[in-house]
Design a protein around this ligand. Structure first.
Ligand code: ADP
Ligand code: MG
Ligand code: MG
Length: 252
């Protein structure tokens, strides 16, 4: 079992404190969801975990099996087994999707232990089938001209191919129609298991109809203010966030 631990994390953007002491522990084998109103720092948390330069960690720790993640460069975080799906995946010109994934897989392997082309292609084909993706998605340039839905599917394809220990998926559901949402959920559910832990960040509950989280956390004003099981997401869907504010005496 591996553990990703976030302790009393404080993060600033351009001198403004956004995260005000986030605590969260995720083990492999667990799926966690973070929900919360817009602007409460959910994406900031994702970006800080992955080392986006704009986000300054002023105090607190993020560790992966005791190793200091915050000391690692972005590529070292990926090496260590972290995967971050961006809210707005970027385009990379001149690299095909398949090449990108193969080099990302090999970057995480020892020299001499690279994945064979045959094995890579076989695996890619089977995962693309699960995600109901067109074969030509593999040979297209990464994210170039991909529709919003294609980008999301492709991120899940990357996730399934890279097999990270932990994934942080920020609004992987935004802009997806119901069919794409189901397919994306299918991919994440396939990843579910002992060697994989996931933090799903979402503003809406609907994704969690397809991926039942083990734990649900509510983030407000830069902190995790409430945690529970899958039923908490349902409660939020029905009643919104106001009751939590009242319960905890949080002012807008
Ligand atoms: P959420 O994902 O919960 O909607 P964010 O983490 O995106 O929230 O944003 C939290 C707060 O930080 C918001 O007040 C937002 O305006 C601010 N913020 C986010 N990104 C930036 C940025 N790049 N520059 C300045 N302020 C930002
Ligand atoms: Mg936002
Ligand atoms: Mg966000």
């Amino acid at each position: 079992m591996a553990t990703l631990e976030i302790k009393d994390l404080h993060v600033e953007i351009e001198g403004k404190e956004i995260l005000k002491g986030v605590n969260l522990t995720i083990n492999t084998g667990e799926i966690h969801a973070i929900m919360g109103p817009n602007g409460t720092g959910k994406s900031t948390l994702a970006s800080a975990i992955m080392g986006h330069p704009k986000y300054e960690v002023t105090s607190g720790t993020v560790t992966l099996d005791g190793e200091d993640v915050l000391e690692m460069e972005v590529d070292e975080r990926a090496q260590a087994g972290l995967f971050l799906a961006m809210q707005y995946p970027s385009e990379i010109t001149g690299v095909t999707n398949a090449d990108f994934m193969r080099s990302a897989i090999n970057a995480r392997r020892e020299e001499g232990d690279e994945i064979s082309l045959m094995k890579f292609i076989r695996e890619l084909d089977s995962k693309m089938e699960v995600l109901e993706m067109d074969q030509d998605m593999a040979t297209r340039y990464l994210n170039e001209g991909f529709s919003g839905g294609e980008k999301k599917r492709n991120e899940i394809l990357q996730l399934m191919m890279l097999k990270p220990k932990f994934a942080v998926l920020d609004e992987i559901d935004s802009g997806l129609d119901i069919d794409a949402l189901k397919v994306v959920s299918k991919g994440i559910n396939e990843m579910r298991g002992e060697g994989f832990g996931c933090l799903i960040i979402t503003h809406y509950q609907r994704l969690l109809n397809y991926i039942t989280p083990d734990f649900v956390h509510v983030m407000m004003q830069g902190r995790v203010v409430k945690s529970g099981g899958a039923e908490l997401a349902k409660q939020l869907e029905e009643s919104g966030y106001d009751w939590i504010k009242e319960e905890l005496g949080i002012e807008d």
